[in-house]
Design a protein. Structure first.
Length: 368
């Protein structure tokens, strides 16, 4: 019995052949990207160990200032001609990189986390969080979790996400079972920073809500990862009336609706009763068997924290209360900075066009 020949005929203009070439290019790019990521990991491990050497062997010399680092930089460049990343400033960053985290527990596991974000991110974090390792690690882990660009990272640091996250006044600990109560608390912020444009100083509540919806992508970024926008002035009907919810969201990771009421004035006790009613309606009318109980968030311009605490103690529905601030500081583009495929391809193309040269921006960043 003759075996069937499965080889393809070679036709350079055929669609099948062209498709194969495109697939070969794609696989090659994937291999290059994996190699680039491996290089980043190795580079950060090198910087960590270099910083450790400086800190443990030459701490006294380094304490005298840039004279030591100038000399070390010249010697390293002489020993390794053409290598990047050995400027005095960058060597100082290596020392600060190690010293920021050296007292943390389980250093090998920690280093495995640290090498997952680019060096440029670490330098921002070192500059802004050098006196607080817990704060620095918070931003490292949020960058890994959310794939923040450097612009996004800088925005979150400047708006003090570390100090705001999980800090709303809530009754979640008694109104929700554990661990739901902890997860719900973590999704809150105090204050919320709303990035809106075009509001006058004496804006009205309706204008603020409209501006938030018009900038809903930025609002979702501020609320946090996993929020989906359901609607504004969302109608929930009973047998006799229709209730309109200011802003309704669905928190996908927790499988629950989040009812948000925004008030431009100071907290009033009646607001909590209204919000509790909306949460009850959502549970009754919108929840399905796969949904967890809805929660409410009341966001006011200001509040009396003592009064809020007293009132929350008497509310059965899970509700949080926060303040808000207005800002126009959010960047226009909040994109991943674990670089996109297009960005890596552009950099790799640049590397291919200059024999023996290193990819441009990454090398310049390390040298600065």
């Amino acid at each position: 019995m003759r075996m069937r020949n499965n080889t393809k005929s070679w036709l350079p203009d055929s669609g099948e052949y062209r498709s194969w070439i495109a697939d070969l290019k794609r696989r090659y790019r994937v291999t290059q990207i994996k190699a680039a990521m491996s290089v980043n990991t190795a580079l950060l491990e090198y910087y960590w160990n270099l910083g450790k050497d400086i800190s443990e062997r030459y701490a006294d010399a380094a304490a005298y200032g840039m004279g030591f680092f100038d000399h070390l930089s010249a010697d390293m460049k002489s020993a390794m001609p053409g290598a990047d990343g050995f400027s005095p400033r960058n060597l100082r960053y290596c020392q600060r990189f190690y010293e920021l985290y050296k007292a943390e527990e389980n250093l090998p596991q920690l280093v495995a986390e640290l090498v997952r974000i680019p060096w440029g991110h670490h330098r921002f974090i070192i500059d802004k969080c050098s006196d607080c390792p817990a704060k620095a690690l918070f931003y490292v882990r949020r960058t890994i979790q959310n794939e923040w660009s450097r612009d996004s990272l800088l925005n979150w640091i400047s708006t003090d996400l570390y100090g705001r996250e999980g800090h709303a006044q809530t009754n979640f600990a008694v109104a929700l079972p554990s661990p739901d109560s902890d997860l719900a608390q973590q999704l809150t912020k105090d204050p919320y920073v709303f990035a809106v444009q075009g509001l006058t100083e004496r804006y009205r509540e309706a204008e603020l809500k409209r501006a938030l919806v018009e900038n809903v992508e930025k609002l979702l970024v501020e609320l946090g990862r996993g929020f989906a926008f359901v609607g504004r002035e969302y109608v929930v009907a009973t047998e006799e009336t229709e209730q309109r919810i200011d802003l309704l969201f669905y928190l996908i990771p927790q499988h629950r609706y989040v009812v948000v009421e925004v008030k431009t004035g100071k907290f009033e006790t009646s607001y909590l009763g209204q919000l509790a009613g909306y949460v009850a309606l959502v549970n009754a009318k919108l929840n399905t068997s796969g949904d967890n109980p809805a929660i409410g968030l009341l966001v006011c311009k200001e509040r009396d924290a003592t009064l809020v605490r007293y009132v929350l103690d008497q509310v059965a529905m899970p509700i949080g209360v926060s303040n808000y601030e207005l800002s126009q500081a959010l960047p226009n583009e909040l994109k991943s900075d674990l670089p996109s495929i297009e960005e890596l391809e552009a950099e790799l193309d640049g590397a291919e066009s200059s024999e023996g040269g290193e990819a441009g921006e990454g090398s310049r960043e390390r040298e600065d």
